[in-house]
Design a protein around this ligand. Structure first.
Ligand code: BG6
Length: 477
């Protein structure tokens, strides 16, 4: 879908996120024909350099971080869209020049790919220099605060200069193909939704497992931990999309209203429903404490939770969430386990088992539904469980493998002015309101996270969280 002509300013254009995600993502959209001929992408950062130097920097970043299959033959043409302004976010340098560079026409978007401490300074200068107006859009990255008070303060600061419909808070999980597909699966089929409630769903598991540790970003991470880094935002968004009521329309506020209701219905967690872990050293590989550069750290690199949603649809169905670093495999998936049939007409030993719908977010996007069938052959009426496997790559051919990266999609949504896949201020605040007491409890206590071996599924306590309910996690593989 073509987009309107635009000027996109990237604050923090020399930083890691711009190099890894934003510039390669824009290049791929350019190759897809979605960057209009006169569009401008203006890098803005403290480094003093000219357009040419920034283009060379962008070229190197795109060469390094573009996907394996990406065609780089159009790089020169893309780089012509790039310009650069050296700017002092807390001073006056560069702002007049930035203003002069932006054309009056087209969409104006400002991507704040900088430390949150600078959000206010930049927002204020965009307004006072007359660079942004009521039609401009701003994009802000996580972390959006580190608790309710800081998130609220950030929302208030941005609100001094921008209306809510101009603010695009990124959660890149919402840009993932399968995450959006969740809504299609739930609301464009009749098959699942009638069963999508506590009467038929035994429990739901959401796992986001990573193999990487926190080495390289240990300092940031140690002030954050899995709860702030992954649960408050990404996992919470997945939970909302799985649990929300059907919105009346696929429209930004209709969707976000329903997500907000889920967050507000979360029950406070009991201490027994939480497991925190920290990965250990493995031979020469450093453990969490060394990666964090803090031998006393009590920050968690793993967390597992049993979450309850107190509403009509979900009362009685637990949602188990877990995420962690240095686990066995990089896998993100959601597993919806349905209840077993109420009565088995078959021999007990061969009795039916529960159906499971597995929604795989990464690495291989797709869905898998386990069903019971008769084991083929003359051996009598024996049941076997088989997967109805739908890998999107297989089912959709090339369209299934060449999925845009989350950032590409989200940046284009900003240009189109579609906020559906962005978090609203009240959603972020509600999510912090739920996580704050949990984190405050940890910080006040002296309990250390449970140790776990790298390459494992996390601490044994996390397994017990389900065992005590006669359930088990789907294996991380
Ligand atoms: C980021 C977190 O938001 O998401 C990282 O800060 C994490 O710690 C990353 O590794 C995971 O994203 P993805 O897309 O690789 O699953």
């Amino acid at each position: 879908i073509p987009v309107d002509d635009f000027d996109l300013v990237i604050f923090g254009a020399t930083g890691d996120l711009a190099h890894r995600k934003i510039l390669p993502g824009l290049y791929r959209r350019f190759v897809a024909g979605q960057v209009p001929a006169t569009a401008q992408i203006i890098g803005a950062a403290r480094t003093k350099q000219d357009d040419e130097a920034f283009r060379a920097e962008a070229r190197a970043a795109i060469q390094e971080f573009a996907g394996k299959g990406d065609d780089l033959s159009q790089l020169d043409d893309f780089l012509r869209h790039l310009a650069y302004v050296a700017i002092d976010a807390r001073g006056s340098d560069g702002w007049d020049e930035l203003k002069a560079r932006i054309r009056p026409e087209g969409v104006h978007a400002f991507y704040f790919s900088v430390a949150p401490a600078l959000f206010g300074d930049i927002a204020q200068r965009l307004a006072s220099y007359g660079i942004a107006d009521t039609n401009s859009r701003i994009v802000v990255e996580k972390p959006f605060g580190r608790d309710l008070a800081t998130a609220r303060a950030l929302n208030q600061t941005l609100a001094q200069h921008f209306a809510e419909n101009q603010i695009y808070r990124i959660d890149h999980y919402l840009g993932k193909e399968t995450v959006q597909n969740l809504m299609a699966v739930r609301f464009a089929n009749m098959l699942f939704e009638p069963l999508w409630n506590a009467q038929y769903v035994d429990h739901v598991q959401i796992t986001v497992a990573e193999t990487v540790g926190v080495g390289g970003r240990g300092e940031y991470y140690d002030h954050s931990g899995a709860m702030r880094d992954m649960v408050q935002n990404h996992m919470m968004q997945l939970l909302c999309l799985i649990a929300m009521e059907p919105p009346y329309h696929f429209d930004p506020d209709a969707v976000r209203d329903e997500k907000l209701k889920v967050i507000r219905a979360l029950e406070p967690l009991e201490p027994g429903d939480i497991v925190r872990g920290q990965y250990q050293a493995d031979g020469d590989e450093p453990g969490y404490l060394a990666d964090a550069g803090n031998p006393q750290s009590r920050t968690e690199s793993f967390v597992a939770l049993k979450v309850r949603i107190a509403n009509w649809r979900w009362s009685g169905t637990p949602f188990y969430l877990r995420t962690g670093k240095r686990l066995r495999a990089r896998t993100s998936e959601i597993v919806v386990t349905f209840k077993a049939p109420p009565h088995s007409i078959f021999d007990e030993s061969d009795g039916p088992r529960s159906n499971q719908l597995v929604i795989k977010l990464q690495p291989n996007e797709g869905m898998d539904l386990t069903v019971m069938i008769k084991e083929p052959g003359p051996g009598g009426m024996r049941l076997v469980q088989v997967p109805l496997d739908m890998s999107f790559a297989d089912a959709l051919g090339e369209n299934g493998t060449d999925m845009p990266d989350a950032y590409e999609r989200l940046i284009m949504d900003v240009i189109r002015g579609n906020q559906t896949l962005f978090m609203r201020g009240d959603e972020v605040e509600a999510a912090w309101a739920w996580t704050d007491p949990i984190i405050a409890d940890w910080e006040a206590g002296s309990k250390r996270p449970e140790p776990y071996d790298p390459g494992s599924s996390g601490p044994d306590e996390a397994l017990r969280l389900l065992h005590r309910d006669n359930r088990r996690w789907r294996e991380i593989r």
